[in-house]
Design a protein around this ligand. Structure first.
Ligand SMILES: [Zn+2]
Length: 102
C-alpha cells in the first residue's frame, strides 16, 4: 500500500474529459458540482442468483467521489472510450447473445 500511486494525472484528465463530453453533471445525492476521479475498480457481477455460480465476471470501472458529501459513483470504462482493450466489457464473453440492439 505504501507504494500505491493511484491513477496518473494524464488518465484522470482523460476520464474527466470523457465524463464532461457526455454531460455527466452534479452529484446525484447532494447536487454539488465538485467531484473528483478516485480510483479504478472492478465490479464483480454474475448471471444468476446462485451463491456459488462460476458464471461471473467483472466490469472495469472508475470511481467518482463527490467532494461535498462523499457519495461514490462508478462509471464503466468502456462506454467512456477510455478502456484501452479491444475486447468487450467483460473479461470473458457471455455464453449467449442477448437481445441488445447494440
Ligand atoms: Zn454529493
Amino acid at each position: 500500500m505504501s507504494n500505491y500511486k493511484g491513477i496518473s494525472a494524464d488518465e484522470k484528465h482523460r476520464i474527466v474529459a470523457a465524463l464532461k463530453s457526455r454531460g455527466a453533471g452534479s452529484c446525484p445525492r447532494c447536487r454539488d458540482s465538485q467531484w473528483t476521479v478516485s480510483e479504478y475498480s472492478r465490479i464483480e457481477v454474475q448471471a444468476t442468483m446462485e451463491r456459488d455460480t462460476t458464471e461471473r465476471t467483472t466490469i472495469p470501472a472508475v470511481m467518482i467521489v463527490c467532494e461535498h458529501c462523499g457519495f461514490i459513483s462508478q462509471h464503466a470504462l468502456q462506454p467512456l472510450g477510455v478502456w484501452p482493450h479491444a475486447d468487450a466489457i467483460h473479461d470473458k464473453p457471455p455464453q449467449h447473445a442477448n437481445a441488445s440492439t447494440r
